[in-house]
Write a protein that binds this ligand. Structure first.
Ligand code: NAG
Ligand code: NAG
Ligand code: NAG
Ligand code: NAG
Length: 539
C-alpha cells in the first residue's frame, strides 16, 4: 500500500533488521535512527529519517459534532432510502442499536455490508440551512501522509469545506472547498489538484470533482495529499528523497501537511436536482460511513516512536530533545538553538542533536583540563576554553605546541603533556614530535638538538670546526683553541697560522730566510681571500 511506498527508502533497513533481531512490537519499531547492517564491507551503520511510522490516525482522535444534537434518532424520525427518494419509511432511532447512527460509526471497520454510518437529522427545517461541523481533534500535531478520504452513505454534499487547525482548534484555515458550483457557492473558480504545480501546491482550491450529488454511484471525497507529494516526488512517488529534500528546507510545505485538528463543514446536503423537493424533506440529510486519515506524529524528526497513553499521543524524543513534538532542547542541553532534524538521513541530513549547555559541561568533556566551554556557531560545535596543563584542542585532548604526549599518562592526567625542551640554539623551532624529538639545525643532533655532529663544535650552537686535531691542523706551531680558532706563534697569522705576519704587513726582509711566495700573483690573492673568509670545508 501507500505506506510502504512512503517508507520505501527505509525498506532495505526494515527487511534487514527484522531478519537480524526481534524488535519489540511498538509503534515505530526502529528504536534509534540508525542501525547496524551487514554489507559487503562488513558491519556498517545505516541511518534513517528519525520519524514514527505512518499509521491510521483515526484510532487516536476525538470527534465533536456541532450542533451537538444533530445526529438523527432523538426523537426517532424516518428518512428516505438513499437510492430511492420515494421510499421514505426508513427509521433512525438513537435508542435502538440497530437503528442508531452515532458518530463513532464513521471510524469503525468498514469492510462489511451493509455499511455502518453516522447520519444527521433530516432537512425538515428547510429553508433554514442544514449545516453540521464535524471536528476531529488529536491534541497533538500530526503530519498527513496519505489522502484524507471521506465516504458518504448519502449523496455527497452540494457544499462543503474541509478546514484545518495547527493550534489545537484556536484558529482555522480552509484546506479545500467542495461544491457542485464553486463560483456560486464560494465565489471561486473551480480547480482540481492536477491544475496545480510545485509552485502553487500550497494554493487552497475549490473543486467540483466530488460533488456530483447522489445520482452518481461515487460516494467518496478526497483531500489529495499524494497528488501534492507527487509534484516533488514524481509519479508514483518514486523519488521520495526529492520530496524530503523540499520538506527539509521549506517550513511552509511541512506546515501544509501538518494539523492538530480537522473540521469538515457540511454546508448544504446533496439535492441532486435544481430545486429542493419541499414535500419530501426527509430525502435530505448527511450520512458518512467512513473517514480515513493516515499520518504520523510530528516529532520534528527527533523521534521514531510515538506512544498512545492515557488517550494522548506523545513522541518519545531522542537527540536530547523534549516536548510533545520534540520541539525544544532538554534542560541542560541548550548549548545551541533547537532545530528540527532532517528528513534526509545522515550523512545528507543532520540529526541536529541538542548539545549540552555550556554551564552543564562537567570536567569530563575537557579531560579535566578546563571547566569552561564555548559554543562556536560557525562550526556548530562546543569547544573547551583555556585548556590547562599545557593541553589544547576542542576537548583539551592535544598537547600545546612545544609539548608532547606523555605515553605513560592518561588523557586526564595533569602530567599528560611533557615540555619538548628543544635547545633553542640547536633546533629550528621549539616543537617536537610525538616522542619528544626536536628538529635540529645542520651540524646538530640529539633528541633535544643539543649535540654536535662530527666536524662541528658547540659555540652558540653547533658551528663547523675551524681547526681540530684530526683534519684541520694548525700550522707553524699554532694550537687549536676550542675548535674555533688557531692560536698562532707571534710571527704567524692566518686561520691555520699558515702565513707570516710580515707578509701581511708587507715588511719581510730579503734575508728573512724562508722562501716567500712571489707576491701579487692573482692566484695567491684569491687563495688568501678564500682562507680568510670561507669555511675550511671548502678545501
Ligand atoms: C461551524 O464552524 C464555523 C466556524 O467556527 C461557525 O461559524 C459555524 O457556525 C459552525 N456551524 C455549526 C453548525 O455549528
Ligand atoms: C543525550 O544526552 C545523554 C547524556 O549526556 C547522552 O548519553 C546521549 O548520548 C545524548 N543523546 C544524543 C542522541 O546525543
Ligand atoms: C608521565 O606521566 C606519569 C604518570 O602520571 C608520571 O609519573 C611521569 O612523571 C610523567 N613524565 C613526565 C616526564 O612528566
Ligand atoms: C620522532 O622522531 C624520531 C627521530 O627522527 C623518530 O625516531 C621517532 O620515531 C619520531 N616519533 C614519532 C612519534 O614520529
Amino acid at each position: 500500500m501507500y505506506l510502504s511506498r512512503f517508507l520505501s527508502i527505509h525498506a532495505l533497513w526494515v527487511t534487514v533488521s527484522s531478519l537480524m533481531q526481534p524488535y519489540p512490537l511498538v509503534w515505530g519499531h526502529y528504536d534509534v535512527c540508525k542501525t547496524q547492517i551487514y554489507t559487503e564491507e562488513g558491519k556498517v551503520w545505516d541511518y534513517m529519517a528519525c520519524q514514527p511510522e505512518s499509521t491510521d490516525m483515526t484510532k487516536y482522535l476525538k470527534v465533536k459534532l456541532d450542533p451537538p444534537d444533530i445526529t438523527c434518532g432523538d426523537p426517532p424520525e424516518s428518512f428516505c432510502a438513499m437510492g430511492n427518494p420515494y421510499m421514505c419509511n426508513n427509521e433512525c432511532d438513537a435508542s435502538t442499536p440497530e437503528l442508531a447512527h452515532p458518530p463513532e460509526l464513521m471510524f469503525d471497520f468498514e469492510g462489511r455490508h451493509p455499511s455502518t454510518f453516522w447520519q444527521s437529522a433530516t432537512w425538515k427545517e428547510y429553508p433554514k440551512p442544514l449545516q453540521v461541523n464535524i471536528t476531529l481533534s488529536w491534541s497533538k500535531t500530526i503530519e498527513l501522509t496519505d489522502n484524507i478520504v471521506i465516504t458518504f452513505e448519502s449523496g455527497r454534499p452540494d457544499q462543503m469545506i474541509l478546514e484545518k487547525s495547527l493550534d489545537y482548534g484556536r484558529t482555522w484555515q480552509p484546506y479545500q472547498y467542495y461544491a457542485t458550483d464553486c463560483l456560486d457557492a464560494f465565489h471561486m473558480d473551480p480547480k482540481s489538484v492536477k491544475d496545480l504545480s510545485q509552485h502553487t501546491v500550497l494554493e487552497i482550491i475549490c473543486t467540483e470533482e466530488y460533488s456530483t450529488g447522489y445520482t452518481t454511484n461515487s460516494k467518496i471525497i478526497h483531500f489529495e495529499i499524494k497528488d501534492r507529494f507527487a509534484f516533488f516526488a514524481g509519479p508514483r512517488l518514486r523519488n521520495m528523497a526529492s520530496l524530503y529534500g523540499q520538506l527539509d528546507t521549506t517550513k511552509k510545505l511541512r506546515d501544509f501537511f501538518t494539523v492538530t485538528d480537522l473540521r469538515i463543514r457540511l454546508l448544504r446536503p446533496a439535492v441532486g436536482e435544481i430545486f429542493v423537493d419541499e414535500l419530501h424533506l426527509a430525502r435530505y440529510f448527511y450520512a458518512i460511513s467512513d473517514i480515513k486519515v493516515r499520518g504520523r506524529c510530528k516529532c520534528n524528526l527527533h523521534a521514531t516512536v510515538c506512544v498512545y497513553d492515557n488517550s494522548k499521543l506523545t513522541c518519545e524524543c531522542e537527540h536530547n530533545t523534549t516536548g510533545p513534538d520534540c520541539g525544544k532542547c532538554k534542560k541542560n542541553y541548550q548549548g545551541r538553538p533547537w532545530s528540527p532534524g532532517s528528513y534526509l538521513p545522515i550523512p545528507k541530513g543532520t540529526a541536529n542533536t541538542c548539545i549540552p549547555s555550556i554551564s552543564s559541561i562537567g570536567n569530563c568533556e575537557c579531560f579535566g583540563h578546563s571547566n569552561r566551554c564555548s559554543y562556536i556557531d560557525l562550526l556548530n560545535t562546543v569547544i573547551c576554553v583555556s585548556c590547562k596543563h599545557n593541553t589544547r584542542g576542542q576537548h583539551c585532548e592535544l598537547c600545546r605546541l612545544g609539548y608532547f604526549r606523555n605515553a605513560s599518562a592518561q588523557l586526564d592526567d595533569e602530567n599528560v603533556c611533557i615540555e619538548c625542551y628543544c635547545n633553542p640554539l640547536g633546533s629550528i623551532h621549539d616543537r617536537c614530535n610525538g616522542s619528544g624529538f626536536c628538529e635540529c639545525k645542520t651540524g646538530t643532533t640529539g633528541p633535544k638538538c643539543d649535540e654536535c655532529l662530527p666536524g662541528n663544535s658547540w659555540h652558540y650552537g653547533c658551528q663547523p670546526n675551524v681547526c681540530d686535531n684530526e683534519l684541520l691542523h694548525c700550522q707553524n706551531g699554532g694550537t687549536c683553541h676550542n675548535n674555533v680558532r688557531c692560536l698562532c706563534p707571534a710571527a704567524y697569522t692566518g686561520i691555520l697560522c699558515e702565513k707570516l705576519r710580515c707578509e701581511e704587513a708587507g715588511s719581510c726582509g730579503s734575508d728573512s730566510g724562508q722562501a716567500a711566495p712571489p707576491q701579487g700573483s692573482p692566484a695567491l690573492l684569491l687563495l688568501t681571500a678564500l682562507l680568510g673568509t670561507a669555511s675550511p670545508w671548502a678545501f
